[in-house]
Design a protein around this ligand. Structure first.
Ligand code: ADP
Length: 177
C-alpha cells in the first residue's frame, strides 16, 4: 500500500519545464541501508529529482564520518541519474528552499516511525507550509532494518552485508569507536 499519491503534470515534447518536482530525502544515513535505498527507488517515478542529503546539524554522534556516508550514498545511487547526493548544516526547510525542493520524503516502518515522523512533519509545516512531507511505507522485508540496528550488529562483530545496498561494503576496521 502506498501512503501518498502524487500527480505529476504531463509535458509536451520540447516544452520548457517549469514544474519540476524535487523531493529531499534527509537523514543521517549512518550507514545507508537497503531500507533507505528502497524508499528512494520507490519514489523515483514520483519526482523529477530526489536529493538524498545528510543533515549535519543534529547533535547525534555518528559511527561513520560524513565523507564516508556521502561516498556510500554516491555508490548506492550511482545508476540513478535523477538522484543527487549532498549534505547540509541548516534547518531542513531552509535547505529545501535553497534547493527548490517542494517535498520532503520520509520512510515509515511502523507506528513508532509514524509518531516520530508526524511530529517532525508538523514542525516543518509550521516553519514553511509550502513544503509537503510525503511518506512511503517500507516493504515488509525492509521494515525491520535500521541504521542503529546495523551499528549495534557491527559493534558485536556481526556480518551486516545483508542489510546494506550491494555497493556498500563495511570492513570491520572502518568502525571508528
Ligand atoms: P534520521 O537520522 O533523520 O532518523 P535515518 O537515516 O535514520 O535518518 O532515516 C532517514 C529516513 O529513512 C527516515 O524517514 C526513516 O524513517 C527512513 N528509514 C530508515 N530505515 C528505513 C527502512 N528500513 N525502511 C524504510 N524507511 C526507513
Amino acid at each position: 500500500m502506498k501512503s501518498t499519491i502524487i500527480t505529476v503534470q504531463s509535458q509536451t515534447a520540447g516544452e520548457e519545464r517549469t514544474n519540476m518536482t524535487t523531493a529531499l530525502f534527509p537523514g543521517s544515513f549512518d550507514p545507508v541501508t537497503k531500507g533507505h535505498e528502497s524508499i528512494v527507488k520507490k519514489a523515483l517515478p514520483m519526482f523529477d529529482k530526489i536529493i538524498v542529503a545528510i543533515g549535519e546539524n543534529t547533535s547525534k554522534k555518528t559511527m561513520f564520518s560524513l565523507q564516508q556516508r556521502l561516498q556510500w550514498l554516491q555508490d548506492t545511487f550511482k545508476d540513478c541519474k535523477n538522484v543527487e547526493i549532498d549534505s547540509y548544516n541548516c534547518l531542513t526547510t531552509d535547505y529545501c528552499k535553497k534547493k527548490n525542493a517542494q517535498f520532503i520524503l520520509r520512510g515509515l516502518r511502523d507506528t513508532a516511525d509514524f509518531q516520530y515522523e508526524k511530529n517532525i512533519s508538523d514542525i516543518n509545516t509550521m516553519l514553511d507550509s509550502s513544503i509537503e512531507t510525503v511518506f512511503l511505507l517500507a516493504d515488509k522485508q525492509e521494515s525491520t532494518i535500521s541504521s542503529s540496528f546495523v551499528r549495534e550488529m557491527l559493534l558485536f562483530g556481526k556480518d551486516v552485508q545483508m542489510f546494506l545496498p550491494k555497493d556498500v561494503i563495511i570492513p570491520k576496521k572502518d568502525i571508528s569507536d
